[in-house]
Structure formats: C-alpha cells, structure tokens
Design a protein around this ligand. Sequence first.
Ligand code: SAM
Ligand code: SF4
Ligand code: F3S
Length: 446
Amino acid sequence: MRCAPSRYYLRTYGCQMNENDSERIAGMLESVGFSPTDSPEDADIILLNTCCVRRNAEDKVYGLIGQLKRLKDQNPDLILAVCGCMVQQEAELEVIQKDYPYVDLVFGTHNLHRLPELLDQVQSGRRRVIEVWDSEGEIVEGLPTKRQTGFQAWITVMYGCNNFCSYCIVPYVRGRERSRSRDSILEEVRSLVADGFCEFTLLGQNVNSYGRDLPDKYDFASLMRDVSRIPGVKRVRFTTSHPKDMSERLIDVIAEEDTICEHIHLPLQAGSNRILARMNRGYTRDDYLRLTDLIRAKIPEAAITTDLIVGFPGETRPDFEDTLDMVRRVRFDSAFTFAFSPRKGTPAAGMDEQVEHQERMDRLYELIETQNAISKERNLEMVGRVYELLVEGPSSKDSARYQGRTRTNKIVSFDPQGDLENGSSVWVRITRAKTWTLEGERVPDD
Ligand code: SAM
Ligand code: SF4
Ligand code: F3S
C-alpha cells in the first residue's frame, strides 16, 4: 500500500505529441492521488517518456536510467518507469529488460491509458511489469490531462503516420494514421475555452492527412475553420504539415480566419531532388517552391519554418549545396537542423554510401550558419514595427521582463509596466533583434 501523498517526477523527450502524452500521464497520475515534484530525489515514481527519432535522444535516456540506479539503491520502494516511443522498438525493449533490471515498469505508446492499472500491478505485487502493445487500438478519449499552462493547449488531432519517409522511425513506433472525430476535438476545445484557455495548437505528424480515415470526408482545413470559429478562441496553430499534402484550401482558410496564426511549419528535409526521392518525401524542390510562393502570395505576413536533415546516405557536396540554395531562396524564419541518424529497421539505415560522421557534422554547422544569418535578417526586418503578443509570463532570460509570442511564433521580451496575466494580449514595438531574441516596448492597445 502506498502512503499518501506520493510524488511523481516525469521527464519528457521528443516532440510536442509526446509532451501532450505526458500531460495525459500526469493527468492520470494526479487522478490517482500523486502530486508532481521537480526533483527525482523526492519522487516515489520516476517516469521517462522517451523518444527514438535520433540516436542522441536515446543516448540521453540511457544516460539518465543509468544515473537513476543510485536512487533505486538508496530507496528500493522507488518505482522507475520507462515509456514512449523508444520501448516500441523490440531491440531497445530487450536492452532495457536485460541490462536495466531495476526498471520496474515499461509501457508503450499504444497502451498509455493503462498506466493506473499497470502501476497498481507493480505496487500490489512489487513486481516488474512490462506491457508494450505492438499495434494500435481504438483511440482512447477523455483521459484526464494536466496542461502545462492555463492558457495554451496542445490538441492531438491524429495519431501515427503512414508516410514511411525512408529515414524515419515514427511510423514503426506510433502505428498507422488514426484521426480523432470532429466532435471529440471540438468538444475538447470548447471545454478548455470554458476553463480559460485561448491558444490551441492542433498536432499530428502530418496534419494534412487528418480525416482520411473518417467516414464523412471531413478534412483538416474544415477542422481548422471549425476550431478557429469557436467563441473564446484567440489563436489557433498547427503542426506538422507535409509539403506533399498541403492543400490550397488550407492556405485559404489560414488566410481568411482571423484567429489562425500566420505560422506554417513545413519540413523540407533536403534541397536536392535526388535526395528527396531517396527520402521518399513525395515532392521536388520545385513543388516546394511553388507551395511557399503560394503561401507568401496569399498570406504575405506568414512565417515559414522548416526541418532539415544533412548527411542523408548518398548526399554529395552538390546535393548539400542544393539544400543551402533552398534555404537562401525560401528564407525560412527558422529551421530545426539535424545530422542524419541511422535508425534500425528503416530503409535509410541500410542504404549504401553512408556519409562520414565528421562530414555530416561539418555540413550541419555550415547549414546552421547559413540559416542563422537569414533568421537574424528576418528578425531585423521586424524592428520598428508593432505586433500583438500573447503574454507567456516572466522572461526566461531576465525575470524583470516579460515575454510573449507573436502570431508568427516569435518570442519577444518587454517591460510589462505592471502585472500582466498569462494569455492576455499586449502590443509592442520591436526595438532590438538578434538571431534568437527580439526585444520590444509596449505601445497602447489598438
Ligand atoms: N512528421 C514531421 C514531418 O514529416 O515533417 C516530422 C516528424 S519528426 C518527429 C521531426 C523531424 O526529425 C523530421 O522532420 C526530421 O527532420 C527529423 N528526423 C526524423 N528522423 C530522422 C533521422 N533518422 N535522422 C535525423 N533527423 C531525423
Ligand atoms: Fe516521419 Fe515522414 Fe511521418 Fe514525418 S511524415 S513522422 S518524417 S515518416
Ligand atoms: Fe520522438 Fe516519438 Fe515524437 S520518436 S519525435 S517522441 S513521435
């Protein structure tokens, strides 16, 4: 029997969908009487919600599991749980089973909702419980969810991915695409609005395929329009769009609806047609340029951000230069940049012509430098102009200042001139811009 109050420490790796899963894990734990702690030393249960998209994500998890052995030795009653994408891979599950016998509980991405029951099994028998489903079941709705803030909410609208980009592990660990019903999504947003939330980010690995598995041809553009029109919704964001499926109708909806933010995250991955084909991305550089031209024509204020991989197998220097060329042509506001990381079981891991580690790193630094210069230029273009921010609280760099986010997803710090509630709107004129940061001063509301 557990003595109340018990505390949980939860560490999350990976994407926003994993963060959203962690909010459900936290919600379930709190609904059975746990309270959160920021310190693993104070916890009765430690959970690691893992990611395996690149090797270094996994290395971090193994590093932490290793360190936590000391706490287990000091307190044998401590429960150590590992869940999420990493344990959906057979090989890693085996490593945890064999090499980390002090891990008490392992569960996967498809049976997260079973946490209270699995925890009960661990506690009642003080035994090890490992339950990882290898295929997805029905979407489980209505799980308790502990949101990270009181005004911004992530709404996962679809699970899984059918795209099988040749480098990517996600379809193997997250299963096939499954869309939530329109009613459950709209109901969730309405009830969050009633609780004071005003900014919503709709999440999926490829939101543009939302609805393909639903009976009534209800698609992502329609969903965005319906969410954006719910009274009380101030801002709607979404991620991630796949360039091969982004429809003109969606661009029109973003342009037309006042509450939909002008920020489009559109992963390009590579600038060479040969590499894009080997990646199985389903578009060419010209397709991508046509799409970004259309976005800029219909939504002139739009910020476009991207994901890029360098050192994909077979990528030559000219291929890499095609990526740099695309970066210069599109002038992204910012980019997440990655060195290719071979993932066991994906086609790219077995391809010939793997690029040497050092070459991958050199290309990565060159790409980052190129993009950083453009990000800075883009930010400098904002100086002197006035933007609406949604207040996010004290600045992470200087607690005397506050920070807020523009509709285009840029963080701006400013002097609050008094108390401000998180989620309220203020207007600022941008006074200073660097590669990563913007500063502004308040101006009277319009
Ligand atoms: N579904 C999104 C899409 O298709 O754009 C992205 C999902 S993934 C979680 C986020 C990013 O990780 C990808 O866009 C890609 O740039 C990067 N990524 C995925 N697999 C990778 C790998 N094996 N090596 C390096 N980067 C990878
Ligand atoms: Fe991975 Fe491609 Fe699916 Fe994105 S679309 S999750 S990169 S397989
Ligand atoms: Fe990682 Fe899983 Fe997301 S592999 S990026 S946490 S879907």
